[in-house]
Design a protein around this ligand. Structure first.
Ligand code: PMP
Ligand code: GLN
Length: 380
């Protein structure tokens, strides 16, 4: 048995959601919305489940979805992909796994920014890569050229980048992206750019796709997820967008990881991507209302919220909030004693964790947020 997976704990998201279900806690831990998905997209999937083919679709994805994703990026982000440069995967998670299997040669060093999404490092290691970390630090979690350069060696081949960023909610600035892009061009690095939160920008700023920076389109593999775009996290329809030199090997890996993704859900996502700008505007506005409600309530309860522009997460600084417990202790106690599930930031680190910050998901109905706030007030 591979010790890598034998020795890894069950993901913090699963553990916290399980605890929340067992204990009847309000779950602001694992990131999933309890409102706001487009009912017409769900109805479309239901109609297609009975009315259309349920056999294997083409391995690279339904042509209509590949075309819809390419159109979507051209329309919303001004970046040009041909449908042939899109491969549909079973969620962004499979996109990341297939990409890391295909792009890494054993012994390659892979640069990652901490805190990081928990799926990255096990897959980097399984692909034979050696992770190297750039530490982002609160309250700003800023990326600097110096920190990137300090982590590079002649063996560095790949960067795993996430923007907007889970768990901090940062949407990195043009300057930060430029620093990263210039280093990648100078050192001939490939970037696996996890942009699943690209439309979840409650702060209202426009998403800056890494591939749009000078010199980046040929070296960027962009990862997207319909689970985030349509608030349907369980559907697990994702994709990669990349030039053929990078996308084709990833697609070869994809054919032995999942091969395909349910055709009915793919067709419903293709239909959904036909929505106009109003859909995205309304989604941003609804998440902004939810974020403000949670952030204001937290401030009233004496919690200090860190700044963030993207994703549906916000982070709370326990120390600044006058709480002495570390994040793991606080979250454990909060779910058991106060009935509120949150995620300790330690879970997003492989080394030198930030241990005084917790992450809360605000993609919830008013009632959920209000009940969560009551319990958070009691958890102090
Ligand atoms: N990357 C990041 C940064 C995420 O936050 C998530 C889900 N929360 C994923 C990937 C996985 O996306 P999917 O559910 O489409 O597999
Ligand atoms: N991406 C979601 C989060 O960060 C959940 C992912 C998962 O449960 N694996 O909470």
């Amino acid at each position: 048995m591979n010790p890598l997976f034998r020795d890894i704990p069950t993901s913090v998201f699963e553990r916290m959601s399980l605890a929340a279900r067992e204990l009847g806690a309000v779950n602001l831990g694992q990131g999933f919305p309890d409102f706001g998905w487009p009912e017409d997209v769900v109805a479309k999937a239901a109609e297609l489940l009975t009315g259309a083919a349920s056999q294997y679709p083409p391995m690279r994805g339904l042509p209509e979805l590949r075309a819809a994703v390419a159109d979507h990026y051209s329309q919303h982000q001004g970046i040009a992909y041909a449908p042939d440069e899109i491969t549909v995967t079973s969620g962004a998670t499979e996109a990341l796994a297939s990409a890391l299997l295909a792009l890494i040669e054993p012994g390659d060093e892979v640069l990652l920014f901490q805190p990081l999404y928990d799926a990255y490092v096990p897959m980097v290691r399984r692909g034979g890569g050696v992770p190297r970390y750039v530490a982002l630090r609160p309250p700003e979690w800023r990326i600097t050229r110096e920190a990137i350069e300090a982590a590079l060696t002649p063996r560095t081949r790949l960067v795993v980048f996430n923007n907007p960023h889970n768990p901090t909610g940062r949407a990195f600035s043009q300057d930060e992206l430029t620093a990263l892009a210039e280093v990648c061009v100078a050192r001939d690095l490939i970037v696996l750019s996890d942009e699943v939160w690209e439309h979840v920008m409650p702060g209202g700023a426009a998403h800056l796709p890494l591939a749009s920076l000078p010199g980046m389109s040929d070296r960027t593999v962009k990862v997207g997820s319909a689970g985030k775009i349509f608030s349907l996290t369980g559907w697990k329809v994702g994709w990669i967008a990349a030039p053929a030199a990078l996308g084709d090997p990833i697609t070869k890996a994809h054919q032995f990881v999942t091969f395909t993704t349910p055709p009915n859900l793919q067709a419903a996502v293709a239909y959904g991507l036909g929505k106009d700008e109003a859909y995205y505007r309304d989604m941003r506005a609804a998440f902004a209302v939810a974020r403000d409600r949670l952030a204001d309530g937290l401030a009233d309860a004496g919690y200090v919220v860190l700044p963030g522009e993207g994703s549906y997460f916000l982070c709370v600084d326990l120390t600044a909030s006058g709480i002495a417990a570390d994040d793991l202790t606080f979250c454990e106690r909060a779910v058991r004693e106060a009935g509120i599930a949150a995620i300790p930031l330690t879970a997003f680190f492989e080394e030198t964790p930030v241990t005084n910050v917790i992450r809360l998901c605000f993609a919830k109905k008013q009632e959920t947020i209000d009940e969560g706030l009551k319990r958070l007030a009691a958890a102090r």
